[in-house]
Design a protein around this ligand. Sequence first.
Ligand code: CA
Ligand code: CA
Ligand code: CA
Length: 354
Amino acid sequence: MRNSINRKGIEPYELYVELTDNFAIDPSTALLHYRVNDETSNSVLLTSLDEKLFSGTFSFNNKLNFGDKVSYCFSVRDLSSNSNLASSDTLNYLVDTVQVVDDFEFPYLDWEITGTWGLSTQKKNGLYSLSDSPDGQYANNTNSTATYKMPFDLSSYISGEISYYLRSNLEVGVDSLLFELSNDNGLTWKIIDAVSQNYIFFAKRTVNISAYTGIGFESVKFRFRFYSNGSNISDGVYIDDVVLRMIPDPAMSIEESEIIPRSYDLSQNYPNPFNPSTMIDFSVPVRSDVKITIYNILGESIEVLYNKNIEAGKYSISFNAANKLSSGIYFYQIIANGMDGKNFNQVKKMLLIK
Ligand SMILES: [Ca+2]
Ligand SMILES: [Ca+2]
Ligand SMILES: [Ca+2]
């Protein structure tokens, strides 16, 4: 059994799975089973696309949390008189990625500062925190920033949050600490958290940044901004333990967990028949020169779809026939020359129906 899940950040997730048996299988019994944290499992009936290939959708109702364990497997009955049940192995992945952005314990600052921002010994943990005015009171008419220098790639996550500990002493309701996010390398900033109250002790602030994940958020920057008006000053703010927690896109986690294949393989395209695009999976067991060519029924080359020297692994490429080809039978051929001197050559048929 082999499965692939589309790279989609938004529920419901779409999946394709190939189910085979030495006996013919009963397509009306193909199920996906999945559960979270070993709780009761959900089952989804899969739709038969051809004799082996099935598709389906599933959803967690947007209720996945950090640290959740997701388990899933497939089952199908064959058409023998015993109606034998075959199940795949159960596959698992953990929903969690935690990154300590800064605890301010390093001897240098990873933040680009304006104004009087700097390290203070008024800390939550360790020896230091970050403060807008470590040497006394802040000034009137302050508008100074501390920008984390490194951008974060949040494109492979479906949701996330950033948290920090804050101690504050400021003119309540007027002077403020703002936490801001930029998706255009600092050109424009969005306020994602604003504080204008006093915390006598360090308190944890948590900001949901799920709206800033997925495709299009490959380079996200964060900054703190301290703002004061023209009268009434005070001590300011202390920030410690800035932590980013992200939920990976499960589709991507599964793909990353795939192991190195043992042999060359060219899979049947899916969906098939197709219109206008289809996916082709292939595997190479060692570093190889791989060329994939599309032919028409006359054996004429239509397109060199892929031509690269690649590492061992499993690959998925898409072929789009839109505006190019008319309905009919086409062939795709893989020619792979491995660095171990072995070669692989295979042709498969696919059907375009417009
Ligand atoms: Ca610290
Ligand atoms: Ca003020
Ligand atoms: Ca101060």
